[in-house]
Design a protein around this ligand. Structure first.
Ligand SMILES: [Mg+2]
Ligand SMILES: [Zn+2]
Length: 328
């Protein structure tokens, strides 16, 4: 049986200025090549709604020329799409191939012996998540294309993860480092063992909802301050208490996984309290890292210093925040 990824085309693989079909407008989204390379154990299909044909904006032939260009570009990077399935109808035609209709996915399933339960749909709209639900596959919603606009409706369809782009989706799908996620009740024993081994422990905490370049930069710099980086992750309920019912976008298990996927993160521990003070008291880090918006006098400072630790302040990347991404 084949493990498959059903990829949406417009807004997911390629940038979509609206009914895209001209080669001159062809542009891959950031992270597409990197992400698809990480997913090389899967067979790729594209399933795409091309209502531009039914609405008369371009012809089927135009679409094929554009699709072939896409296939060639991916082939240049050793990425192979097995087949592209398309719906040429407008939403008013009442066909059953337009996503979230599952006719095209069923065709692929029959032809290629697909293991639907271990397959994924990646797309930027509720139509893609809706398709995943219908065929019993898992789904990842990407925030490229219409991703931000569709976010609220998509959340009701419970995708496995909401990712900034396909590269992050790939990290989520291929995640294997479960052991880095430490149950809260085991953190004291872990910290004591590390201390005995003479390891310099670094801690940092936050919500890490939708990961972005700023997060990676801070975490990398944090790791450089010692031997072992432990990330304290706010639980879902503690984020809701701080930021309101719309956050977090991703649940705590998914957020923990994505942090653990970074090579420079050694451990992730979820904490439920409003502040990380109790957690830090348990870990007694050598260094605690904080963003420059809180600085040296952050609320964590007294507890860290009480056990001989230091505060290290990193400057944040300008214009990088989850809230910023969600504004689109
Ligand atoms: Mg799309
Ligand atoms: Zn159709």
């Amino acid at each position: 049986m084949t493990k498959t990824i059903f990829l949406d085309r417009d807004g997911t693989l390629v940038v979509d200025p609206g009914y895209v079909y001209k080669i001159k407008d062809f542009k891959l989204h950031e992270g597409v090549i990197e992400g698809l390379k990480k997913l090389k154990d899967f067979t790729f299909f594209v399933i795409t709604n091309q209502s531009g044909i039914g609405r008369g904006h371009f012809t089927e032939k135009d679409m094929h020329i554009f699709n072939n260009h896409l296939l060639d570009e991916l082939k240049n990077h050793d990425i192979k799409i097995k087949e592209i399935y398309f719906c040429p109808h407008s939403p008013y035609d009442g066909c059953d191939c337009r996503k979230p209709g599952d006719k095209l996915a069923r065709e692929a399933y029959k032809k290629h012996d697909i293991d639907l339960k271990n397959s994924w749909v990646i797309g930027d709209t509720k139509l893609d998540c809706g398709l995943a639900k219908k065929i019993g596959a898992k789904s990842i919603h990407v925030l490229t294309g219409y991703g931000v606009k569709h976010l609220d409706e998509v959340k009701e369809l419970n995708p496995s993860y909401i990712a900034a782009n396909i590269d992050q989706a790939a990290d989520f799908i291929t995640f294997k480092n479960e052991k880095k996620i430490i149950p809260r009740e085991k953190i004291v024993a872990l910290a004591e063992r590390l201390k005995k081994e003479g390891k310099k422990m670094v801690t940092i905490n936050g919500a890490f909802d939708i990961l972005h370049k700023g997060h990676a930069k801070i975490l990398k710099e944090a790791k450089k301050q010692g031997d072992i980086l432990i990330v304290g992750l706010n639980s879902d309920s503690s984020i809701r208490a701080n930021k309101g019912p719309k956050r977090p976008v991703n649940n705590q298990e998914s957020r923990a996984k994505m942090l653990a996927a970074f090579s420079f993160v050694d451990y992730v521990v979820i904490f439920d309290e409003k502040t990380p003070l109790k957690l830090l008291e348990e870990i007694k880090p050598n260094i605690h890292v904080n963003g420059s918006e809180y600085g040296e006098d952050c609320i964590e400072a007294p507890i860290v210093k009480k056990y001989g630790g230091k505060i290290y302040v990193v400057s944040l990347l300008e214009g990088c925040s989850t809230t910023g991404i969600l504004r689109g």
